[in-house]
Design a protein around this ligand. Structure first.
Ligand SMILES: [Zn+2]
Length: 319
């Protein structure tokens, strides 16, 4: 049964009011405990102020909600997200789950025990803030999954089955990691409509993406324009068009995977300066550049609305 209300960092919002929703973004990307232990490593106030400014800009371009794919292991700070949401006017959906560096403590934990943690963050809230996770994030880079990675995927699947909350993934698409992720979710009996295989915009094999879409999962076309200078974003737009022409308009969601970079020697492979050269518009790039480009390629307004409004709502609400 579809959920009428979606949990955001400022409380429940009617699914029908989410509007244009970006499916995979971040404000802060860090590591757990860094804020408390190595506070001088990052400009925390700058990240918060930058997030507010960039989201206000996106709001002026029609973006009203973002899914924040930042679980605990990426340094999640839901109190900061709540302030950013209040000040920017953009709804933010927070994540439970984990990222690629699974905390050592849980490597040998039973999936049911981890699922219970994820369920608690979905039903009771995160860190006694009362802020509830609206989605579950998992992340894998290799086609062969380690035991700990399989445990986390099963935990995410069981938490999703118990709550109806969807799962969003990070993949290395060139390794076709969506395939083993979906295989485990399917073994666990997850509804494919509760799954988004992320970073699918970086895949170059149409058959890989079409195969996943035929299973019924969503594809996150969420590395737009990407992180590299001279990123071939027009090729990614061509892949979106090809998938639309093949009838997968109800399978695609759009996003940037943007974050606010405010530390001097960026560990994610690009300085803040390069980050802004690649994407000068932040969370507004899709509105300003991709949607006009897709219109120019003949993509219909109906398809654009599906990818930016209806599919994210269907994914979050379980329609
Ligand atoms: Zn991300």
């Amino acid at each position: 049964m579809a959920r009428e209300m979606i949990e955001t960092v400022t409380g429940p919002v009617a699914a029908g009011d989410l509007g244009v929703t970006l499916s995979h973004e971040h404000v802060l990307v860090g590591s757990p405990g860094v804020h408390a232990t190595y506070p001088e490593l990052m400009d925390w106030e700058g990240i918060e102020a930058g997030g507010i400014e960039a989201l206000r800009e996106a709001r002026a371009e029609g973006v009203s909600s973002i899914m924040d794919a930042t679980p605990f292991e990426l340094g999640r700070d839901v109190r900061m997200l709540r302030r950013v949401s209040h000040s920017s006017g953009v709804n933010i959906i927070a994540s439970t789950g984990t990222y690629v560096d699974i905390p050592r403590l849980i490597w040998h934990t039973h999936p049911d025990r981890m699922a219970a943690v994820y369920v608690r963050e979905i039903t009771d809230g995160i860190e006694e803030t009362g802020i509830r996770a609206g989605m579950i994030k998992v992340a894998n880079n290799d086609h062969a999954l380690s035991d700990a990675e399989q445990m986390v995927l099963r935990a995410a699947a069981r938490a999703s089955n118990q709550t109806g909350i969807p799962i969003t993934t990070h993949t290395q698409p060139l390794n076709k990691v969506g395939e083993p992720q979906w295989r485990i979710f399917a073994e666990e009996g997850v509804d494919p409509a509760r799954v988004c295989i992320g970073h699918s915009s970086d895949a170059v094999d149409f058959n890989y993406l079409a195969g996943l879409a035929k299973e019924g999962v969503f594809l996150g076309m969420d590395e737009m324009p990407g992180h590299q200078l001279n990123a071939p974003w027009r090729d990614k737009a061509d892949m979106i068009k090809r998938l639309l022409d093949a009838g997968f308009e109800r399978s695609l969601m759009l996003s940037h995977d943007w974050s606010i970079k405010k530390h001097p020697d960026d560990s994610w492979g690009a300085t803040e300066e390069i980050h802004h050269q690649v994407n000068p518009d932040g969370y507004a790039w899709i509105s300003r550049r991709l949607l006009p480009h897709l219109r120019g390629m003949g993509v219909s307004e109906a398809a654009l609305t599906l990818m930016t409004v209806d599919n994210p709502r269907r994914f979050l609400a379980g329609e």
